[in-house]
Design a protein around this ligand. Structure first.
Ligand SMILES: Cc1cc2nc3c(=O)[nH]c(=O)nc-3n(C[C@H](O)[C@H](O)[C@H](O)COP(=O)(O)OP(=O)(O)OC[C@H]3O[C@@H](n4cnc5c(N)ncnc54)[C@H](O)[C@@H]3O)c2cc1C
Length: 384
């Protein structure tokens, strides 16, 4: 098969790139290792807080409108608590002059919406995995485990944190495990959340309550491996008590809706995300700590930027042209670096045990809360 662009990985980021390239005249092949996502009963435990900028992007693809609005929850405010029991900071949509700060969506719902568009707009090859890669001057050639040969002028690695394309393409990357897991689960809550996201920086990690439609929340508790193992092994009633107590009983009694799942957390940085004929996007290009809920948001930013440079290239221009790919890399460098520094810095700051660091971090929260201009700038940047 000869195509202009081959994408490995049809997760949220790879699928969004494929959808945004459909209609540009570029021929596409998408190779995905998994079967199409099925809707399970109940609520997906993987919830993402999407920035309004990325919601607009998904809307332009037709994916946002294809989702059931009853399963999407706007976030009107966010309250962050320090680990001294007093310090806090609040962002609100009202103060930032917008209708909502973010939208919480289920990963599976969004994935299904993108896949239904993708199946009609590209050569979607699944379930299949590449087994060899040969990058030449004019094309990159993939062979897949179902015997297909795909020759593309541009190969995009959107195959997640353990990217095969990153490894086989010889990209230089540094991975550092945090020694933590992100424990996720959904709960029914006794008291209304009023669309407010809550986050606690605690001695045992970072706990976030993300509002879902109705009186439901999803949690992400990023905590050391040993504590995560303890949480995962608890009977549901004890797990509910722990999550309720860690959130200071703010939403009353919590009742478990979905069994908890745990994801290992790591920081992955890639020195250069493009090479001749190959580009990386999403978690293949960078993995950040989930405490700011920005991983998939950064990935959508990559997809938007890469689709933008491909769309704006000269008529009949080569999509794998290295100078074009460098333009994509430069466009993303600042945002990705800023998010890496912020998430990694906050993780280290709130993990440090020295009393003076504890005073400093809580003072930082209170000071930021007291200066509306800084808060508005931070909120605007996160929403873009
Ligand atoms: C606990 C936790 C909470 C998080 N919360 C948030 C949040 O609130 N907001 C947010 O923005 N981000 C969040 N993130 C980050 C987010 O999950 C990731 O950034 C996002 O899933 C990356 O999407 P992706 O499409 O790049 O990669 P993935 O989702 O990993 O998708 C990769 C795709 O490639 C396929 N694939 C992999 N290898 C191959 C192969 N060899 N061949 C073919 N196909 C392959 C996979 O099947 C998959 O479909 C969180 C992460 C964790 C761990």
């Amino acid at each position: 098969m000869n195509v202009d662009v081959a994408i490995v990985g049809a997760g949220l980021v790879g699928a969004s790139l494929a959808c945004s390239l459909a209609g540009t005249g570029l021929s596409l092949a998408v190779v995905e290792g998994a079967a199409p996502p099925e809707r399970a009963p109940g609520w997906d435990a993987r919830i993402y807080a999407l920035s309004p900028g990325n919601v607009a992007f998904l809307d332009s693809l037709g994916a946002w409108g294809a989702m059931d609005p009853a399963r999407i929850c706007p976030v009107r405010a966010m309250r962050i608590f320090g680990d001294d029991g007093r310090s806090q900071m609040e962002f609100s949509a009202y103060d930032a002059g917008v209708a909502e700060l973010a939208w919480n969506v289920e990963s599976g719902e969004l994935q299904r919406a993108l896949w239904s568009l993708l199946q009609s707009r590209s050569n979607l090859v699944y379930p299949a995995r590449p087994v060899s890669l040969d990058v030449g001057a004019d094309a990159a050639t993939l062979r897949t485990d179902n015997g297909l040969s795909i020759c593309a002028r541009l190969l995009v690695g959107a195959d997640g944190a353990n990217s095969w394309v990153r490894r086989e393409g010889g990209f230089d990357s540094q991975a550092r495990p945090y020694g933590q897991k992100g424990v996720v689960a959904n709960f029914a809550c006794e008291l209304p959340h009023r669309g407010v996201a809550l986050q606690w920086f605690r001695a045992d990690g970072v706990l976030a309550y993300l509002p879902l439609p109705g009186e439901r929340i999803s949690i992400v508790w990023s905590t050391d491996d040993a504590h995560a193992t303890e949480l995962m092994a608890m009977p549901p009633s004890e797990f509910c008590e722990q999550v309720t107590a860690a959130g200071a009983g703010t939403l009353g009694r919590l009742e478990l809706l979905t069994p908890p799942a745990a994801f290992p957390l790591a920081h992955i940085a890639v020195s250069n995300v493009v090479k001749p004929r190959v580009a990386l996007i999403g978690d293949a290009a960078h993995v950040v700590h989930p405490l700011a809920g920005q991983g998939v948001n950064l990935g959508f930013g990559d997809a938007r930027a890469l689709a933008g440079v491909l769309r704006d290239r000269a008529p009949h221009g080569d999509p794998g042209d290295f100078s074009l790919l460098r333009r994509y890399e430069r466009a993303r460098a600042e945002d990705v670096l800023a998010m890496r520094l912020v998430t990694d810095g906050l993780q280290r700051l709130f993990h440090a045990r020295q009393p003076w660091v504890a005073r400093l971090r809580n003072l930082g929260l209170n000071l930021t809360d007291a200066i509306p201009v800084i808060k508005t700038l931070l909120a605007r940047r996160a929403m873009a």
